[in-house]
Design a protein around this ligand. Structure first.
Ligand code: PA5
Length: 433
């Protein structure tokens, strides 16, 4: 068990499959990949800004985010964040993991995360009769989904507050100089934040892409960044057994080579569902290239034990499982005793006085045992309690791990050429000039 910054990594459930000697044999390749990241000599070296980002975020940047947050708090009940993919998943993941907006802070609502009109209608209902601001996030400044949502919401904002006040209620997070959003923001005088050139969308949660909405929600972004910084330091060593990102990358890669080509991330904490979505983008978009890559999937237990649990236990044996488990969730609820005279007809008296968190943890331990007995190699990431520090550390650990494991696969982990294909087809059908 390796404990780092509040996260325990347990790979004992993989050793029957990937023998310790085989795992350790991957150490030189992992060290070579890490050195290439550090030296900037790997594929995609123009996009390595995330690597030392936690150490470079300045007090001034954090203060600017806090000032934006204060303005939103002063005049808005709802803060609509418009973006898709890497331009929204990180903020949403952190927010959901930490239980949403803090009391007294605006509710954060996400828009432009697709083209579904029903989703946009839900956003419109949220702002009905409530003061709101918009934060539009797009690195390219040209992505269709957020652009459409922004046009629509901007019109409503202007209708509600007038041109001048509306412009004061918009923050644009985008490229320093390129793209339609940058031009619009400059022309209209919106407040702007810059997404660094050398940080790709799925690695951008610790740039203003994530930090601005999270600050507005009242998340302690200083602690989030401090947690990521601590993990960054811990992930520098070449000692495989002491480096959680490298160890996780090596284990999942070793299992992949043995035919475990799908990785299911399973959690028992419903608030981690969007962390799983963020993780799926990070790993899927970074690794799935050239006919290679682990397919990232996710389940939320115990809910999905009553659906996908059957497949994981007993279906095709190409699955490796990574548990992401939290011992204590948000509140401490216990199974109550029945009123005097109760007859224990529901048979639950043996659980009286036990917390739901404790029962949930036993469900995790039992599920892990079951899946191990079903032939699924299991890695565990165990956390006592989700705090901004721990979440910051977790995100950085995954970023470093995917950098390493992409290079082990011999792909460029930092590009995403495949996502252009659907866009071309869609724009052709839409008649884009
Ligand atoms: O990881 C990525 O690069 C993508 O998911 C992008 O973040 C996403 O497509 C949104 O792009 P943009 O920020 O340019 O609107």
């Amino acid at each position: 068990m390796l404990e780092t910054a509040g996260i325990r990594l347990d790979i004992s459930g993989t050793e029957e499959y990937l023998k310790p000697a085989a795992r350790e044999a991957l150490a030189p390749a992992v060290a070579t990949a890490a050195a290439a990241l550090e030296a900037g000599t790997c594929a995609g070296a123009d996009y390595l800004g995330w690597l030392d980002l936690p150490g470079r975020i300045s007090e001034a940047e954090l203060t600017a985010c806090a000032a934006t947050a204060q303005r939103a708090r002063d005049d808005s009940e709802v803060y609509v964040v418009i973006g898709i993919g890497g331009s929204y998943l990180g903020a949403r993941a952190v927010l959901d993991a930490l239980g949403g907006s803090q009391s007294g802070h605006p509710e954060i609502v996400f828009a432009g995360t697709g083209l579904c009109s029903a989703a946009l209608v839900r956003v419109l209902k949220k702002i009905e009769g409530r003061d709101f601001r918009l934060c539009v996030v797009s690195k390219s400044g040209t992505t269709l989904e957020p652009a459409v949502a922004f046009r629509l919401l901007r019109g409503i904002l202007i209708g509600r507050y007038g041109e001048e006040e509306a412009a004061k209620r918009i923050t644009a997070v985008t490229d320093a100089s390129r793209g339609a959003l940058r031009s619009l923001a400059d022309q209209e005088g919106y407040e702007t934040y810059v997404i660094p050139d050398d940080v790709g969308g799925r690695f951008s949660v610790l740039t203003p892409v994530g930090l601005v909405p999270l600050a507005v929600a009242g998340v302690d972004i200083n602690s989030l960044v401090a947690g990521a910084r601590g993990m960054m330091e811990a992930c520098r060593t070449d000692d495989l057994a002491a480096n959680p990102a490298h160890l996780y990358a090596a284990v999942r890669h070793g299992l992949y080579k043995l035919g475990y080509t799908t990785e299911v991330m399973s959690t028992f904490h419903s608030g981690l569902q969007t962390v799983q979505e963020w993780w799926k983008q990070l790993f899927g978009e970074s690794e799935g290239k050239g006919g290679k890559g682990i397919f990232p999937a996710s389940t939320v237990f115990t809910t999905d034990l009553h659906s996908l649990g059957q497949y994981i236990q007993d279906g095709r044996r190409n699955l490796q499982e990574t548990f992401l488990c939290v011992r204590q969730a948000v509140t401490e609820l216990e199974v109550p005793a029945e009123d005097p005279g109760g007859t224990n007809l529901d048979g639950l008296d043996y659980l009286v006085g036990r917390s739901l968190d404790d029962i949930n943890w036993k469900a995790y331990e039992g599920t892990r045992n079951a899946h191990l007995s079903g032939g699924v190699p299991c890695t565990s990431l165990e956390i006592d309690q989700l705090t901004p520090e721990v979440v910051g550390g977790l995100l950085y650990m995954f970023e470093k791990a995917v950098g390493i494991s992409g290079l082990l696969l011999e792909v460029n982990p930092f590009d995403q050429p495949g996502v252009e294909t659907y866009k071309k087809e869609m724009f052709r059908l839409l008649g884009k000039p």
